[in-house]
Design a protein around this ligand. Structure first.
Ligand code: AVI
Length: 322
């Protein structure tokens, strides 16, 4: 990465951190979870017994990729596939293999904010699907989505899986989905993953696993601020505290300050925390299907088909651009 880019990102990180910690209530943006350590911790979360989301969605992709493809009109002809937040493609690979059997001329555009992830996909995926056209795009979702449209005029199937949409509040998600819609054309498709409302204790446990990996994931944000912004958070003085509201479907994670304390961010700037003051670090919304239909209508899509895991805990919904 260019030095200018690194400095710019640090400045943005610094500004966002100070702004968030000087707000009331205090907050930090969950997008900053994902440094190299955060990426590794998230991988471990996905392997936790309590974190059901990954297995549910994996089951859908493993067992229903044929059905997904047959719900897409003319999939065999002229589609490219774009994945927003591609990660390791371990779920989408099942769909990609089936699409490749139909039409081996399509291009797969994995989009990820991590350059390392894109390099890995470009290296590893051809081992699983030889001769797959891959064009990795490293950057923000919307910018890269626009770029994929400029590179290829074929119709698009966009994938936004993992219930990543749940990490935005309802207002942000509709605004984001409208932007996605504007980057696509009429009759393009979006396959979008939603974690569904279920027994509240199952949801809460997923964000409070017994091994404490999610706790580490949350606290790593303070460690990252210490490392990158030269702050002096004492990690032991904070408690990981997730709560789930079954009415709103909002699972929120907090870091609670155990005592009154002052924390320096760099040499001169500081923030004060009261005893038991909270820092909100993440929202993970759980949806009813009715809610997802409303989101589709508000953002310019029409639901075409719903794909559930056997427990009906998770849904990948195929939306068409209208
Ligand atoms: C990436 N995202 C969908 C995860 C979630 O479930 O909200 C991030 C996560 N946070 C804690 N555990 C997993």
């Amino acid at each position: 990465m260019e030095l200018a880019t690194i400095t710019h990102q640090k400045t943005k990180f610094y500004k966002d951190v100070l702004k968030g910690l000087r707000s009331f209530p205090k907050r930090l943006d969950s997008k900053y979870f994902y440094d190299a350590t955060g990426d590794k911790l998230f991988q471990q979360i996905m392997n936790c017994d309590e974190y059901y989301l990954t297995n549910c969605e994996m089951e859908i992709l493993q067992q229903q990729s044929d059905n997904i493809i047959s719900s897409i009109k003319n999939m065999e002809k002229d589609f490219d596939v774009i994945e927003l937040g591609a990660g390791d493609c371990s779920k989408s690979i099942h769909l990609l293999k089936k699409i490749f059997e139909l039409d081996n001329s399509f291009t797969f555009f994995p989009i990820d904010i991590s350059k390392h992830v894109i390099e890995l996909i470009e290296k590893e995926l051809p081992k699983q699907i030889k001769a797959l056209n891959i064009h990795g795009l490293n950057g923000e979702y919307i910018d890269m989505l626009k770029q994929s449209g400029a590179i290829s005029s074929r119709r698009k199937l966009a994938l936004f899986m993992g219930s990543n949409i749940g990490n935005m509040n309802n207002e942000e998600s509709v605004a984001f989905l409208k932007e996605v819609r504007n980057c696509l054309k009429k009759d393009d498709y979006l396959l979008i993953g939603f974690d569904l409302k279920k027994d509240p204790s199952i949801i809460l446990n997923a964000y409070n696993d017994k091994k404490g990996i999610t706790r580490e994931f949350n606290l790593n944000l303070l460690r990252r601020i210490n490392r990158e912004l030269n702050a002096d958070f004492v990690i032991e003085k904070f408690t990981h505290f997730p709560v789930y509201n079954p009415e709103s479907g909002e699972c929120k994670s907090y870091l609670v300050s155990n005592c009154k304390q002052r924390v320096f961010i760099g040499d001169t700037e500081f923030i004060d925390l009261d005893a038991y003051e909270t820092i909100h670090t993440e929202i993970s919304i759980k949806y009813s299907i009715k809610q997802t239909n409303e989101m589709a209508a508000k953002s310019g899509f029409k639901p075409v088909e719903y794909f559930y895991d056997s427990k009906q805990w998770f849904a990948d919904v195929l939306w068409k651009c209208i």
